[in-house]
Every structure is written in structure tokens, then in C-alpha cells.
Design a protein around this ligand. Structure first.
Ligand code: AMP
Length: 284
């Protein structure tokens, strides 16, 4: 069932709650691929009812980012959700979510601001305000859908850590379920933004997963010094890559680490053919 308004979703969820049914939420920006579908599958397995939100959230895009050209494929997304036994596809307009003042949200909207320590690093460094937008929309979706479980991908591991922190700090009654990264056979992590890559870019994009896998195998061989591990990346980079960061942090707190452990996650962001790609790996 495709619904566009908050009211319709709330009415349906109210009915489910009356019947004692558990509800899973999978927040997405659409252009669904197998990564999203793995989250959806997990929700359908675990919960009596599943809601997938498809919303390109304007307030999480920074000036100059790809808000206007972000792929929008609602018809295809709805079909995929139907095939996956999703109960509701919730596809609101920006005005439905933020009201008529949505073009001036900084002045008019109540925001949820995650802690500085979680956003002053990795993607938060270059995407100022991005995680404020993410936390605000996810909080709104939690309030609208009141899910028992919400499903997020490790593909966006900083986002996942920030949402877990928000849920804990604000006592939101939802259990966050993290789902592993789904990759192409080549190793490239699936992303809606891969649509922007040419065939040649896609080959250069493999450097990200190669760097992470190589770091993990060096770690497994006993190298724990993160500067030494970082050095191993340069062999995979050339003029086609614009490395933004390669960082080692604690998996839960995102605290930078100098010596890698089994609880370290390695994060990379790199532009290929002008497209900003992110990936990460857990060393444990
Ligand atoms: P997005 O539509 O990019 O906002 O992503 C919606 C959700 O799908 C987020 O929780 C992402 O982390 C997750 N996701 C995106 N790509 C993948 C992937 N390749 N593997 C697993 N989860 C993913």
C-alpha cells in the first residue's frame, strides 16, 4: 500500500497496534537496491508488519550536494516493496514532512542535534549539518510509525552509531537492528549513488573495498599501528581517486584509535569521477 500522508500512516499503525502486531520500519531515500532489500527482508522476517519510508530528505543535503539530481524511482521502488511483502510504502512530500516553511527549515523547524563528538569526524567534517537532518527526519519517522524495530545498514556506519546514540539519549522506545553491507560481486558496496558512476569509474571505485580488505588482512597478520595500516592504502590510489578520509575508530563511540583492535571500524570516503563514495569494514 502506497501512502503519502502522515495521517494515513498513523491510522493504519494505530489499527495494527490495537491488534497487538509488531511493526518494523526501514527508512530509505528510495532508488532501492539489494542493500535496501536486505534490510526490508530482515524486517519482514522479524516483524508482523513492515513500513518502508521513501523520502529524499532535503534537510540532510548540504548546499552544493546532489539533492536535485538524487535518483527518484518511486514506481519501481513500490513494486520491489510489494514483491518483498512490505505492508506500507510511506512516500511523503517535503511539504508533508516539514510544512510549507520547509524551504526555510533552519528558521522554523525543531531539530534533533546529535553530539558534537559524533559529528566532528568522518562524513560530519565535510557534510556540515547532515546528521542534524538525518536525526531530525529519523526521529519524525519514529514518532509517525512508532516502530518496535528499525533497520539500518552498516554501509552508513557513522549514521548507525549516531542513531543508536540518539535512541539511547532520548529514550526512544525502538530497537535498532544493524544489517551488514551488501556488495556487488566485485566488492563495490551497493549505493543509490553508484548510478552516477561510468563503467570506468566503477573499476576505479573498487579501490575502496580493496583498501579496506587489505587493511583487514594486514591487521589479521598482526599489524595494529593505524599509521602503518593507513600507508598500505596508497598502493591502491591513483589520479582517479580523491581521498577524503581513511580513519580508524572505536565501533561504538567513534573515538579515533591509534592501535587497531577487534572493536575497530575502518572508514573511507573517496571521490571517483566526481562521485563521493563511502565504505567501511569492521576489523573484528
Ligand atoms: P539510503 O536510501 O541511502 O538513505 O539508505 C537507506 C538505508 O539502507 C540505510 O540504513 C543504509 O545504510 C542502508 N543501505 C544502503 N546501502 C546499503 C548496502 N549496500 N548494504 C546494506 N545497507 C545499505
Amino acid at each position: 500500500m502506497l501512502l503519502h500522508t502522515i495521517k494515513e500512516v498513523q491510522e493504519q499503525v494505530k489499527q495494527w497496534k490495537k491488534e497487538g502486531l509488531s511493526v518494523g520500519l526501514v527508512p530509505t531515500m528510495g532508488a532501492l537496491h539489494n542493500g535496501h532489500l536486505s534490510l526490508i527482508k530482515k524486517s519482514v522476517e522479524m516483524c508482523d508488519r513492515t513500513v518502508v519510508s521513501v523520502f529524499v530528505n532535503p534537510i540532510q543535503f548540504c548546499p552544493g550536494e546532489d539533492l536535485d539530481k538524487y535518483p527518484r524511482t518511486l514506481e519501481q521502488d513500490t513494486k520491489l516493496c510489494e514483491q518483498a511483502n512490505v505492508d506500507i510504502v510511506f512516500a511523503p512530500t517535503p511539504a508533508q514532512m516539514y510544512g510549507e516553511n520547509q524551504m526555510r527549515t533552519n528558521d522554523f523547524l525543531t531539530y534533533v542535534i546529535p553530539p558534537f563528538f559524533y559529528v566532528n569526524k568522518l562524513c560530519g567534517k565535510s557534510r556540515i549539518g547532515h546528521f542534524d537532518g538525518v536525526c531530525t527526519v529519523v526521529n519524525k519517522l519514529f514518532n509517525i510509525v512508532q516502530p518496535d524495530f528499525a533497520f539500518f545498514g552498516e554501509k552508513d556506519a557513522q549514521q548507525l552509531a549516531i542513531i543508536k546514540k540518539m535512541v539511547k539519549d532520548l529514550n526512544i522506545p525502538v530497537e535498532i537492528i544493524s544489517c551488514p553491507i551488501v556488495r556487488e560481486e566485485s566488492g563495490l558496496a551497493l549505493s543509490s549513488r553508484n548510478k552516477y558512476l561510468s563503467q570506468e569509474d566503477k573499476i576505479h571505485a573498487l579501490a575502496l573495498s580493496k583498501i579496506l580488505n587489505n587493511i583487514k588482512s594486514c591487521y589479521k597478520k598482526g599489524i595494529t599501528n593505524t599509521s602503518a595500516l593507513k600507508e598500505t592504502a596508497y598502493g591502491f590510489l591513483n589520479e582517479h581517486h580523491e581521498l577524503e578520509y581513511l580513519e580508524f575508530t572505536d565501533n561504538t563511540t567513534l573515538e579515533p584509535v591509534e592501535s587497531a583492535t577487534d572493536n575497530t571500524r575502518v572508514f573511507i570516503a573517496c571521490k571517483v569521477g566526481g562521485v563521493r563514495l563511502i565504505d567501511n569494514i569492521f576489523l573484528g
